[in-house]
Design a protein around this ligand. Structure first.
Ligand SMILES: Nc1ncnc2c1ncn2[C@@H]1O[C@H](COP(=O)(O)OP(=O)(O)OP(=O)(O)O)[C@@H](O)[C@H]1O
Ligand SMILES: [Mg+2]
Length: 344
């Protein structure tokens, strides 16, 4: 398949996900991906496929929620000529197209009972019949399924078969919501900023303190997709070389009320975090240059990064005494100049 986007993340929650992806990639068993909308389920399915022995085979996605049931059956399993009005020729379904590769069943919770039975049989013995067909077809396709509905609740409501759930969910990866990924939000914001700025040719480099705070405070109901969209919009909206909370459409009325005037410490923290994030972004994670720019020693820089929980922005491949100029959180890629921090 074509180049798959890298998954960005250094939080322990995402570290565990990356670990699972590497492990399940080596097997041929079905995988169930769950998580809120925009948490990266499809990207994860692609990441598993490209790390599997099937990577040279096709990756075939199908959204079970977006297609009416009658059509879905033929989309998935194919049909014989004359199987229904309009079936003028025989057609292979997605499962057959995915032979030797992976089929990605998105929104699997939307499958209606009849198709659940057919899918269960395929998972059990790898066989099915095309719509209107008698011939038993055997296909070698790995199934990765995703859902953002609570399948356990669907089982209780008799809408989803328990036996299918257990077949699909032997290997289960839960994608955490963005709000549970700590500083990954800022890290991804930097990556997306660089991507969007490069794509648009606009000279936008960093975020204002207010924008950083707003991103940290926001709950991101649309998760990574929302972050990516807001950053792309902000790059278009930005008037200078910095993105403001307004550009991100994250301005809240009571934004600064938590830091009253007497809280010098809180103000200092805000300013320092902003400067650190900005400088690291500007210098592509080269901490020697960051320290020089901010006029602090490297040890002070490390102390501050730790104090503010920003140590995840420190490249993992250098020690505090290293001054290698090639080390950076945002390593220069061989393929493209876009930002490449800690990725899967
Ligand atoms: N860890 C990540 N690093 C970088 N980009 C990510 C990451 N996770 C998701 N994305 C990006 O966020 C967007 C949404 O991801 P994806 O489509 O995989 O989510 P999803 O869980 O399938 O969403 P939905 O439930 O709405 O279908 C995509 O543009 C994807 O490339
Ligand atoms: Mg999806």
């Amino acid at each position: 398949m074509d180049d798959v986007e890298e998954m960005v993340g250094t939080s322990s929650a995402m570290g565990a996900v990356f670990d699972l992806i590497r492990r399940v990639a080596t097997t041929d068993m079905p995988v169930l991906l769950t998580g809120e909308t925009g948490t990266g389920k499809e990207l994860t399915a692609q990441a598993i496929h490209v790390r599997s022995l099937r990577k040279e085979g096709p990756f075939v996605p199908i959204n079970c929620g977006a297609i009416p049931e009658t059509l879905l059956e033929s989309e998935l399993f194919g049909h014989e000529r004359g199987a229904f009005t309009g079936a003028v020729t025989k057609k292979k379904g997605k499962l057959e197209t995915a032979a030797g590769g992976t089929v990605f069943l998105d929104e699997v919770g939307d499958l209606l009972p009849g198709l659940q039975v057919k899918l269960l049989r395929f998972l059990q013995d790898g066989t099915f019949e095309r719509v209107g067909g008698r011939e038993t077809i055997r296909v070698d396709a790995r199934v990765i399924a995703a859902t953002n509905v609570d399948l356990k609740a669907a089982i209780s409501a008799n809408k989803f078969r328990e036996d299918l759930y257990y077949r699909l969910g032997v290997l289960h990866i839960l994608l955490p919501p963005l709000r549970a990924r700590g500083e990954d939000t800022l890290l991804m914001a930097m990556v997306f900023l660089r991507r969007a700025a490069t794509a648009s040719g606009k000279l936008v480099f960093s975020y204002t303190l207010e924008a950083v705070d707003a991103m940290r405070a926001y709950s991101w109901p649309g998760n990574v997709r929302e972050l990516s969209n807001r950053v792309r919009r902000a790059v278009v909206m930005a008037e200078g070389d910095e993105i403001t909370a307004r550009d991100l459409d994250l301005v809240t009325e009571d934004h600064h009320t938590a830091d009253s005037l007497h809280s010098l410490k809180a103000a200092q923290r805000r300013i320092e975090v902003e400067l650190l994030v900005r400088a690291i972004s500007l210098h592509h994670g080269n901490l020697t240059r960051v320290a020089r720019d901010l006029e602090v020693s490297r040890s002070t820089l490390y102390r501050k990064l730790h104090a503010y929980g920003l140590e995840k922005l420190i490249p993992s491949n250098i020690s505090s005494s290293s001054s290698s100029s090639s080390s950076s959180v945002i390593r220069k890629s061989k393929r493209m100049s876009a930002a490449r921090p800690v990725v899967l």
